[in-house]
Ligand binder design. Structure first.
Ligand code: GLU
Length: 305
């Protein structure tokens, strides 16, 4: 029970910090989250699940969805995707528009909002069943859990308050970088952000990222080893917006945050870790979640370097 003790110790360490930071308040559905809530789960490659806190409570995965849409888009569009989205850290906020005009409408990477909209454009164009149905099918299949779904209240709020994302999508359309109807892309993007999952589900879903693209429990090859290497490299360098360097420095693992307070981190060859704590730091990443990952990484010797 080494992992259980490590998680218990981690919670003990971060508990005094719970409540520090600010809960996302751009939509009412997120503003209502308890800033002191906390959960952390590790699923190891042999399928064992260890958790502390509210690990079965679902929350809005928000930008963590970008990892899974990227996985699908790379399967469908392959290398062509890199013509419309880069692989460099942005050093800018998650919803920044400033670099786009200088760089011909091509976003820096697929894990900032502009880049994620390009990825979702690929899903809209290539998916037979519809972008969100395909995303849900992937997540439900990975977790063997048909209950995973979009929170329609959050999705509706995202739609009402999505002015900046609308600006990004239409701006990229003017450069020809977005190929399909921006309204369709935005509708899918708002719904992917509103997918609700618990840390137990999220850690389970991310397990293929820690195992060369193959789900170690079902044996399913979700994507190739080479693609997983690339996805992990992007999570390490770009997964936390303008604090990606700080996250890599402190945690030393690929990770992707969401403004719902979740973070998915990957310990290659060991397991997949999800943490949730809704109060955020100034870059929109979970403040205590980052601290917890830093501690767990340190205590368990997970740092890749
Ligand atoms: N729904 C948010 C947006 O698109 C997601 C941002 C995030 O999770 O970082 O603005």
């Amino acid at each position: 029970m080494k992992w259980q003790r490590l998680l218990d110790d981690t919670l003990h360490y971060v508990r005094p910090q719970l409540g520090q930071g600010v809960v996302a308040d751009y939509i009412p559905a997120l503003a209502a989250a308890d800033p002191r809530a906390f959960a952390m789960t590790i699923v190891t490659l042999d399928g064992e699940v260890f958790s502390v806190g509210e690990a079965t409570t679902t929350f809005s995965i928000q930008s963590i969805s970008k990892v899974f849409t990227l996985t699908l888009a790379l399967e469908w569009e392959g290398q062509e995707l890199w013509k419309r989205v880069g692989r460099e850290p942005s050093g800018s906020a998650f919803n920044s528009i400033v670099q786009l005009e200088h760089e011909g409408g091509v976003p820096r990477n697929p894990l900032i909002n502009a880049g994620a909209l390009v990825v979702t454009d690929t899903l809209v164009r290539f998916s037979q069943a519809g972008a969100i149905d395909q995303l849900l099918a992937l997540l439900r299949g990975l977790c063997d859990d048909e209950t995973i779904d979009v929170d329609s209240t959050v999705a509706a709020s995202e739609r009402v308050w999505g002015h900046r994302n609308r600006g990004l999508a239409w701006f990229m359309k003017s450069f020809g970088v977005i190929r399909s109807d921006p309204n369709e892309v935005l509708d899918a993007y708002f719904r992917q952000c509103a997918v609700a999952m618990s840390t137990e589900q999220l850690a389970r879903a991310g397990l293929f990222l820690a195992n060369e693209g193959r789900d170690p429990i079902t044996g399913a090859q979700v994507t190739s080893h080479e693609r997983v290497n690339r996805i992990n490299a992007l999570m390490l360098t770009c997964g936390h917006y303008d604090m990606s360097g700080d996250f890599a420095f402190r945690v030393g693992l690929p990770g992707k945050s969401g403004v719902g307070g979740g973070i998915l981190a990957v310990a290659p060859g060991v397991g997949s870790i999800a943490v949730w704590s809704p109060a955020l730091n100034r870059s929109g990443n979970s403040l205590v979640g980052t601290l917890a990952l830093e501690q767990l990484s340190l205590r368990a010797g997970l740092n890749l370097f």
